[in-house]
Design a protein around this ligand. Sequence first.
Ligand SMILES: C[S@@+](CC[C@H](N)C(=O)[O-])C[C@H]1O[C@@H](n2cnc3c(N)ncnc32)[C@H](O)[C@@H]1O
Length: 687
Amino acid sequence: MGRRRNRHVQNQNNSKSWGKKPEWIEDKNCEQYEVFYKEQNVVPEGEWDKFLESMRSPLPVVFRVTSGSSHAEQLHKFMRNSLSKLTNVEVDGQKLEAPFQLPWYPGGMAWQINANRSTIRKSDELKKLHNLLISETEGGSMSRQEAVSMIPPLLLEIQPHHKVLDMCAAPGSKTAQVLEALHKDGEKIPEGFIIANDLNNKRCYLMMHQVKRLQSASVAVVNHNAIALPPFYLDPPDVKHRTEMKFDRILCDVPCSGDGTLRKNLDIWKKWNVASAFNLHSTQFRILKRGLELVTVGGRLVYSTCSLNPVENEAVIAEMIKTAQGTVRLLDTAPTLPGLKTVPGLHKWKVMSKESEFYSSYDDVPENIRILPHHQNTGGFFVALLEKTADVPWQKKRKAPESSNHEVVEKKLKESEDDSKQSEIIDKTDEDDKNIEAINDDSKTDEKDESKKGVHKNKVVTHKFQGYKEDPFLFFEKDDEAWPQIKSFFGMPDDFDYTTLLCRSDAEKKRNIYLASGSLKRFVVNNEDRIKFINLGIKIFGRISSNSQQQGFGCDYRLYQEGMATIFPFIKNRRISFSRLDMITILSQENPYISKFSDVAHEKLKETSMGPVVLIYEPQPGEDGCPLVLCGWRGKTSCRTYVPKLERGHYLRIFGEELGDGKGPAPEDICVESSPQPQEETKQEAV
Ligand SMILES: C[S@@+](CC[C@H](N)C(=O)[O-])C[C@H]1O[C@@H](n2cnc3c(N)ncnc32)[C@H](O)[C@@H]1O
């Protein structure tokens, strides 16, 4: 969200001052800011002091349980129970307010703890909760997110069939929320999908990490200038009347000055000036304009900023409403989020010069909403919900480029590259630079392997995009040689569309195999020549070793936990029913002997050959819990699960157990047998 502090620079400063915060970080004063906002009347009369006091205090901790998974309700129950015990926490002799559910968040799935990090560190109970949040967030079952940032996706009222575009998506917190909404029908792969775009190549990789946590086949990360996003198609270029694809929902969370985030981005106190909003206004307007072209008639678009400046908010919306000449209307947001405290957008504002002189400006602005920090202990935010009622007047009836007409595509790409450069200068977002660099290092393409790039079987796709070159997305062909073996070993149905499986290397033996939803595949193959795709699909199968058959494993591929929820309904073989206790055993021990499991599971494991297995738990009558499916490995004498440690902790938690009580299994229970790991991933394969 908005402009972030450059942690790298901050850390350098810190180290110089031996751990002390630099003086400017503590100095929460900005005279120009006060003059400007007092004059704008953004704060209701008599509330200025409270507003400023709130802006100067640290943000509370807010988190939500990831919806859409079978165990979300169970985890929510666990959280309710844990948080209800935190009613009497005292820090430095002061009783803390008990954690509470955000009244406007659907299902009460979001919580706020009115304590900042340093307070949390002082309380053992809160520290424990904090560690739990970190582990659940990393595993994708919870998300730490600022309360106000949760608002835009909720206003879009996403349905599983919606095609959604997130124009300025990195680092991806709102994308993650949209994904959850697309998956609200549970196991079924949604018909809709989300395209998460960002101009900043590095931030796209940061977003990839965020999105990966949610294990979905319905999201693609793309890297383009939102102002110049090309027209998209779902038909191949050789179709005669190729119609442009429009999105049902669009998130337009534009780059902004971020002065609503003063509570966490303390450097803004020092850097704030009137000019930054002016510089951003035109970019914000142009992104919104392109968004309104790309949304379907009857579709919705949310425009939001984490700035309180009317130049970035009401002025953009007012200008757009005028330009759209009745083809776009603003919708009332109140019915969607009852309980959220807002103030109406401004109808009048003043433009301030660098010398702090004011010029009045007035526009007939319909309803927008502003969220002020002191009303419910949040950051400051602006949001407008728009509906497109007819084609916007400036929208040229675009003629689809003919398949042979590469010049049109090249010209469009050139235009967008030029625009990207221009916009890069404006956008100075440099959040988590170190983090991003680390992620990028992992994802850099092997430049020596250049000859492989852009080859799609016989078709050569020439990308002229900026940033790191990505490996191609190679979908399985109809006669793919890897499929018959996988199909028969796992008992996959004849009608499973295996052409939605893909890999990232055209080396003869496929290593990792990913899955994209059918509709997303259609989007990708018909638009990969016009936009840079960074990431797509979830990892389903991994190649074990070249001689797995000789070793008696029966199949060259094993399963991945991250793809289990999606692929499990299609796997009919190699299923082992586990009891609750079996699940606890396999989650808390490394390689338990098969004799350690219940009789039913033991018998079934005995008659199952070595290799990948699917471990299934269904709660029995009277048992409190939710269904669980894990990917496992049947070894010679033992059985193990390939579930990362953080996720094990999560599953044990929903069974009411804790990981690592310090005792561990008795030595005689530990089997030292090793199970095969998939072949080393190449860096470029690690999507
Ligand atoms: C406010 S942040 C988005 C936060 C994001 N929606 C979220 O919830 O995590 C704005 C983003 O816009 C991106 N950006 C800036 N100019 C852009 C442009 N012209 N096209 C696309 N993205 C742009 C920045 O890189 C930044 O990641």
